[in-house]
Design a protein around this ligand. Structure first.
Ligand code: UDP
Ligand code: MG
Length: 318
């Protein structure tokens, strides 16, 4: 299990007990290996989170601590954890245990049935505040509208196979948005449903600003639709100015409603406004392309190699 922690000193003593019990239970059921661990990633906390983690490790529990040099943010802490942790499968979850750990059995079962990604999907948000609900719903709606392909109502509670983690490691983009990248791996996946609990202790580390920035990151690193909208807008204004020009011309020729100087003043404003927006949009289109290119994403991922000299079984490699 991989758990990013930012100022979670209050919560760690509570969840470490729960997680340890969970691991023992899973080992007893024969679902996981005895050496299975919980990785706590300290994302540059400014309270005693690291002290708490290190003492948990020293006490001999099934824990591993990883400390980042500074606060990188949830997505990066999680990514760091996924890259650091070993094991055949990794489950990522939040320190506050808002995500129900009782569906882990089901997740592992689905993994054993051959799914490489198992998404934890929230069935309801009763424990969330109205504000949180509203921001979350807008986030998913707007992202979907702008062409970002994410799993609805799934945050970062998921199981990844070793192979999925390796593939994820090939994505070198600096603006990593895990929720968007993981569906792109194209591996066999499944979902488990759970009810989201209230935070066990402490406060949410996401404020409006960080939620907004996550949303913007999600959109801008997965779609160049906003740039397209500018192009479209420019085109629209351009067409409107053409219609206006035509109208002014017919008015001037045919009737006496024309005001002197109106057409020559107003029409260029719209015309050039339109052309400028259009040009901006086109330039943006190229910037968008460059942006996608610069990220240097892998174009394909090899599943299996078939050759006739040595048959290499590629279970976890690619
Ligand atoms: N977190 C982190 N770095 C940050 C902010 C949050 O590692 O800069 C961790 C936090 O400790 C928690 C998880 O990310 O384990 C989710 O944060 P939180 O529960 O505050 O978010 P919410 O559930 O309110 O969206
Ligand atoms: Mg939370």
């Amino acid at each position: 299990m991989v758990i990013p922690c930012y100022n979670e000193e209050e919560i760690l003593p509570i969840i470490s007990v729960k997680l340890k019990a969970k691991l023992s239970l899973l080992i007893e059921q024969g679902l996981i290996h005895e050496a299975s661990k919980v990785y706590f990633i300290d994302d540059g906390s400014i309270d005693d989170t690291w002290l708490t983690i290190s003492s948990l490790v020293e006490e001999g529990g099934p824990f591993v601590g990883v400390r980042l040099t500074r606060n990188f943010g949830h997505q990066y802490a999680l990514y760091a954890g996924l890259m650091q942790a070993d094991g055949d499968a990794l489950i990522s979850l939040d320190a506050d245990l808002q995500d129900d750990i009782d569906v882990i059995e089901e997740m592992i079962q689905l993994y054993l049935e051959g799914n490489e990604i198992v998404y934890g999907v929230r069935e309801n948000r009763e424990s969330d505040s109205l504000f949180k609900k509203w921001t979350a719903i807008s986030h998913y709606r707007i992202s979907a509208l702008l062409g970002v392909n994410t799993v609805q109502d799934h945050a970062d509670y998921r199981l990844l196979s070793r192979r999925a983690v390796k593939m994820l490691g090939q994505y070198r983009e600096t603006n990593i948005y895990l929720r968007g990248v993981i569906p792109l791996l194209g591996l066999k996946s499944s979902k488990v449903y759970y009810t989201r609990h209230a935070r066990v202790a402490g406060e949410s580390k996401y404020n409006l600003k960080s939620m907004f920035s996550l949303s913007v990151k999600g959109v801008t690193s997965f779609s160049i639709m906003p740039l397209r909208i500018i192009t479209l807008l420019g085109f629209l204004v351009f067409i409107i100015s053409l219609i206006m020009g035509g109208w002014a011309l017919t008015a001037a020729i045919g009737g006496d409603t024309a005001i002197a100087g109106w057409a020559s003043t107003v029409i260029p404003i719209y015309l050039f406004g339109g052309i400028q927006l259009l040009a901006l949009g086109v330039a943006g289109e190229y910037i968008g392309k460059t942006y996608i290119e610069v990220k240097n994403r892998p174009l394909y991922l090899i599943d299996e190699i078939c050759r006739n000299d040595i048959q290499v079984e590629q279970k976890s490699d690619n």
